[in-house]
Design a protein around this ligand. Structure first.
Ligand SMILES: C=C(O[C@@H]1C=C(C(=O)O)C=C[C@H]1O)C(=O)O
Length: 404
């Protein structure tokens, strides 16, 4: 495992310092990047009433639930302190003389940080004490899938995404930064993240799905990702064949995105795909949509599309309204931040927002894993259960200690 290096200790100590001082912190690594970044807010968490503004002046990390509720606020971690594994330098993004209230706090943080710098200290995290972890059993999940298929046959909707949870006990010496480092080493083309916020809790994941991205050249991107099959030595992306069910499921997500563009009357997008992409142990179908923001009169394209897109039919359903109602009435648990979105906003001039998939929530002594599957008229309950099991593999592997 290649997680040593100077930055590992710094990351771990920064994370532990944030937890110790009850401050929110996020650590992440973008797909195909070698750089791990961290941001920490000195002013506690900021709650948002709308989606974060991707083109505004605020720099930080957004953590947005599937649906905003009292227990699941839309959270924003201001980038008061940032760290990059490439430069191995801490950056203070404020002037101490203009923020006298931070002087004493920063001094205490630094003292604590120095004290724990060389210890394996990321063994505690912020826990959400307002919710109790609930696990979905197989018969219940299968019953709800069968009910969804009947609702589709009755014409209530075309597709609904149903999800479930599974709990794994944590080893007593579980180190959350070690988990993050393992994940980022293993899933090079995923967005790997660890978010820990007082009251809200701690989530870790390796997402394959871009929701909205705006790079430094002002190129906007979103993707339609759906359809799932296992990646095996025999069937690689070049050889992958897709059934009618997967093709239709993914084309519904495409249609949904095209409708969003249509509703703001934007025609200048380019569309590429669908093509087969690898996400960990799985393959999906993906179509990429890009817009050169320097060529269109939509200065707030990112924010507007984020408002329209979330939740896409890759995690909710089609049409959105009856699918959402079906989820609330039948899924039997609170998705919280699973299938919400997260990512850096205006950090180093870029915003990268991903759907919160292939993720887990950390409680005191257990991890709750989340996964879902798109249900259409052709769905079979057993197959959908197996698909959610495969999707959970991404996170399960870091929970289970390898035999020496
Ligand atoms: C819902 C999940 O994944 C989504 C659903 C997919 C599907 O139904 O085939 C594929 C990729 C994701 O868009 C999940 O990972 O929990």
């Amino acid at each position: 495992m290649t997680l040593e290096g100077d930055y590992r200790n710094t990351l771990e100590a920064l994370f532990a310092t944030a937890v110790r001082f009850n401050l929110p912190v996020a650590v992440w690594r973008l797909p195909d990047s070698a750089e791990i970044k961290l941001c920490l807010s000195l002013r506690g968490v900021q709650t948002l009433a709308t989606v974060p503004h991707l083109e505004g002046g605020l720099s930080g990390f957004a953590f947005y639930p599937f649906q905003i509720t009292g227990n699941n606020p839309a959270a924003f971690i201001n980038a008061d302190i940032t760290f990059s594994s490439l430069s191995s330098k801490l950056k203070f993004n404020f002037k101490l003389n203009e923020n006298p209230e931070y002087v004493a706090l920063v001094k205490r943080l630094q003292e604590y940080f120095q004290k724990i710098k060389d210890t394996r200290s990321a063994t505690t995290w912020h826990v959400n004490r307002h919710v109790l972890p609930t696990e979905t059993n197989k018969p219940d999940f299968m019953t709800v899938v069968a009910k969804a298929v009947r609702a589709i046959e009755d014409g209530l909707f075309e597709k609904v995404v149903l999800s479930r949870t599974k709990a794994y006990p944590l080893e007593t010496d579980f180190n959350v930064l070690q988990g993050f480092c393992q994940l980022q080493a293993k899933y090079k083309n995923a967005f790997v993240s660890l978010v820990s916020i007082p009251e809200v809790g701690t989530w870790m994941g390796a997402s394959p799905e871009i929701l909205v991205q705006i790079n430094s050249k002002k190129l906007f991107k979103t993707v339609a990702l759906a359809g799932t099959q296992p990646l095996t030595p025999e069937i690689n992306p070049a050889k992958a064949r897709w059934g009618q069910k997967e093709i239709e499921e993914q084309s519904m997500v495409e249609r949904y995105i095209l409708n969003c563009f249509k509703s703001i009357r934007l025609r200048e997008y380019t569309e590429a795909g669908p093509r087969t992409v690898v996400a960990g142990n799985l393959m999906h179908l993906r179509t990429d949509f890009t817009v050169d923001m320097t060529q269109v009169p939509f200065p707030k394209l990112g924010t507007d599309m984020l408002t329209l897109l979330h939740p896409t039919s890759a995690v909710c359903g089609m049409p959105k309204q009856p699918a959402t109602e079906f989820i609330y009435q039948n899924e039997g648990y609170d998705r919280a931040y699973y299938s919400g979105f997260l990512g850096p906003v205006q950090v180093d001039g870029e915003s990268h927002i991903f759907v919160n998939l292939r993720c887990l929530q950390l409680f005191e002594d257990l991890a709750l894993l989340y996964a879902g599957a798109g249900i259409t008229a052709e769905s079979e309950p057993e197959k959908e259960w197996q698909e959610t099991k495969l999707k959970m593999e991404t996170m399960r592997e870091i929970m289970v200690k390898k035999k020496k």
